[in-house]
Design a protein around this ligand. Sequence first.
Ligand code: GLY
Length: 405
Amino acid sequence: MNLKSLFTAAVATVFISTSCTSSKKFRYKTDDALVQTFNQNFVDAAAQYKILKRNLPSDSLPKTYFPTTGKYQFSNSDWWCSGFYPGTLLYLYQQTKDTVLYKEAIRTLGLLKKEQYNKTTHDLGFMMYCSFGNAIRMDAKPKPMYKDILLNSAKSLSSRFNPKVGCIKSWDSKNANDYLVIIDNMMNLELLFWATKATGDSSYYKIAVTHANTTMQNHFRPDYSSYHVINYNKDNGTVKQKKTAQGAADSSAWARGQGWGLYGYTVMYRETKDKKYLDQANHIASFILNHPNLPADKIPYWDFNAPGIPNALRDASAGSLMASAFIELSAYVDKTTAGTYMVADEAMLRSLSNDTYKAKYGANGGFLIQHGVGHMPQKTEIDVPLTYGDYYYIEAMVRYNMLKK
Ligand code: GLY
């Protein structure tokens, strides 16, 4: 990737330029002080990520850090979060022009590229589109190799689609009769839309739409909260079980899952302009924003039905990704609804930017956002920084500041 072209094209081609800012309906008037805060946050984040970089073994990607023991956890490239670190670095390079960050992003893309052939995971959208996708979007003349990597990733992801179920399989199971699909999988569809645009082959688009339709039909409850996991009959697509893996209960609303749904259906509307997806995103938004257990600072508990509320832990990563989604969604709705979304959004981003969530320089192992919850039932990554918490926080601030331009 050519530095100059990355620099000049970065702002213009970040994907919100074709989504949030293209709204003919309404442009939200941003708060100048908040824009300034976010500009400072980008500078702070660049400094923090250099600490993270210094502590990262050369063959690994960051996973988390335990503030109480000062210990890191790192991952291989096949971990579902492996794309967030290079993706965040690219966003930060876009904002700060700091070439140290850019070089680190390109180095770690090198670690990640072999995952293009990984057919054992549905997470290729997270892994490859948040990383190589950002690299392509930000470059006026993207490397042909990046395009090949993304196309192979889309092919690998598509290999997990079963037309009898109408979904991409999320998790492989020891039980061959299980066909497990999680709400998170909505986030992987953006890669498929990209692949159709890049090749003209509509099969990727069709898989994405079919997956989203099946998910809309089976994952959601009448109040538009979502189950985490649906187990399908792989031979005829009937639903065998509706359950949770990471939530408090099968019937609960796991906070990050609600965020994945919000973000996912917003992307579906952006890519198809089919109003049913916009309606779905708005319904999910309404569930989140009107929930009696959404705290005043708008950073959700790890589950909307977590035991022990108000003393339950928050999941700042859910707040980050909701904040990013609300900015895009606000561009597709009427002025009153957009105002509601953006007021809530600003509250989320203000909270994430205060000392409770945003780590001070040198703290938090170099990660940006504190107090994420990875997997409560498994008792892993509890009240720690998470790479996706950082990624969507930065993305949300990039999107917010783009509204001003
Ligand atoms: N995709 C897994 C998670 O949200 O934790």
